[in-house]
Ligand binder design. Structure first.
Ligand SMILES: [Zn+2]
Length: 477
């Protein structure tokens, strides 16, 4: 009887339909003569751009199989909050059943403030409202255009470790560098590449705090390399960049030459990996996403709650939506009296997965520490560096580090991909065992070696998000 039931279930599952795909890009650089732009990243110092070195781009891949349509967007921006993702879904017509829009920011640090954190002074938003809206219109229009240009496609994909030395390093102990480079390629019937999606993990901050030219940083040359190498339209999706993956630049030269060197090298390696990639004939497409709520525990986030409200829905601990005036009041109350657990607001965010044949892509709404995804507490991913710097005044207690299995193993797919800053940006997502902060209102002075805590929503976030990821990946389709 049981086998009969199983047979019936199998019979009820339709065979996968032909995969359709289309990809392209649109320039989202702000017109500096029309918009008052402040640059995102490196503290609110009123940094304003003087020109554009290379265009900021939204790169879009639309996939359809049967009744399922998934659009994947990579944005050359430092971050893109959940409210904007929901707005973009509405503008692009991705709200109905069987339709999913996945958005990830590359996290480049030489673009416009899209999070409201880098205005002329601390606490003042640097978002140019009209630009912010126009940018969403441009991306929505591109998605719609591509959706009407879908053609039959085949898939090739790979994931393999690549030596990070000279490309990316870890500035926080323990040294765990996620070495995985993954790519998937969609090809048209005539064998021509339609699109290549590349996933690798590093902060696009080759250009540093003194740069005043807008640039996509290394993801720009990375995609140029892929496109010039016959990869079709390139979409770069950044990976696990917390804790803290920073470009391995020569002699601390924060310059365009180094961005070009790193980007084009990673692009070349992606093309090389694809040359011997696994082919999937009729890859099935599916997705799932889960809305989760995370408590706002970081004292700095609580003091600047209106900035969080710009990008999120906030709730009280009983799940009631908080009106705007209440979040202002809570911020003031926190500054004066410190909020207790009963008053603590919770922020709504999203964890998601997309399955495409052998590829399973997990979307994490922030800057995940690589060790949460790959482990490496045994030194497996230290790439020749010491696991703990001998002069670290407050080294992590590795005996307390979590044992596994880690997220990448939980994905259980031949080509596992973890994408960071997916559909939101909650800041750093740290492993709880090494989360240390000062109890002061500003969380300053920073504890040596613990910078990331001050730009994290709180110590509970990683556990909540990892549990949602485990749930999403436990049942395959
Ligand atoms: Zn960052």
């Amino acid at each position: 009887m049981r086998s009969l039931v199983l047979l019936l279930i199998l019979a009820a599952r339709p065979a996968s339909a032909e995969l359709l795909a289309a990809a392209g890009k649109v320039d989202i650089s702000p017109d500096l003569s029309r918009h008052r732009i402040y640059m995102a990243g490196f503290g609110a110092k009123g940094r304003r751009p003087v020109g554009i070195h290379d265009p900021l781009t939204a790169r879009v891949l639309v996939l359809r199989e049967g009744r399922t349509t998934v659009a994947i967007v990579g944005l050359d921006l430092l971050g893109f909050y959940r409210n904007d993702v929901l707005d973009l879904r509405a503008r692009a017509g991705f709200t109905g059943e069987g339709r999913y829009l996945f958005v990830s920011a590359t996290h480049q640090h030489s673009g416009p403030d899209t999070l409201g954190l880098w205005g002329p002074f601390i606490g003042v938003s640097g978002v140019a409202a009209r630009y912010h809206s126009e940018l969403k219109d441009k991306v929505a229009a591109k998605i719609k255009e591509l959706e009407s240009a879908l053609v039959p496609a085949s898939l090739e994909a790979f994931s393999a470790p690549t030596d990070p030395r000279g490309l990316c390093r870890d500035s926080r102990d323990p040294v765990v560098i996620n070495p995985y480079l993954a790519a998937l390629r969609l090809k048209a019937r005539d064998g021509k590449a339609l699109a290549t999606v590349v996933n690798w993990s590093c902060h696009p901050e080759v250009l540093g705090r003194t740069n005043r030219l807008l640039t996509a940083d290394f993801p720009g040359p990375l995609c140029d390399q892929v496109e010039e190498g016959g990869g079709g339209a390139c979409v770069f999706l950044n990976g696990t960049i917390g804790g803290l993956m920073t470009p391995d630049i020569k002699d601390d030269k924060e310059n365009f030459y180094e961005a070009q060197r790193i980007g084009s090298e990673v692009g070349r390696r992606a093309l090389k990996g694809l040359a011997s990639a696994r082919k999937a004939d009729k890859p099935a497409l599916s997705y799932a996403s889960k809305t989760v709520r995370v408590p706002v525990e970081n004292s700095r986030y609580l003091s600047f709650l209106p900035a969080l409200v710009f990008g999120h829905k906030l709730y009280d601990r009983d799940g009631n939506a908080l009106p705007k005036w209440k979040t202002r009041w809570l911020a003031l109350k926190h500054v004066l009296l410190r909020l207790g657990d009963a008053d603590r607001p919770w922020v709504e965010t999203e964890v998601s997965r997309i399955d495409l044949g052998p590829v399973r892509l997990l979307g994490i709404p922030g800057e995940l520490f690589p060790e949460v995804a790959v482990g490496g507490y045994d030194g497996k991913f230290r790439a020749g560096h010491p696991l703990i710097m001998p002069d670290n005044p407050d080294p992590p207690d590795l005996a307390k580090a979590p044992k596994g299995p880690y997220l990448m193993e939980l994905l259980g797919a031949p080509v596992p991909i973890v994408v960071g800053l997916a559909n939101d940006e909650l800041g750093y997502l740290l492993p709880e065992y090494d989360f240390k902060t000062r109890g002061t209102l500003t969380m300053l002075p920073r504890m040596p070696g613990h910078y990331e805590e001050t730009n994290s929503i709180g110590r509970s976030a990683t556990g909540i998000i990892a549990a949602a990821a485990a749930e999403l990946t436990s049942a395959r389709k």
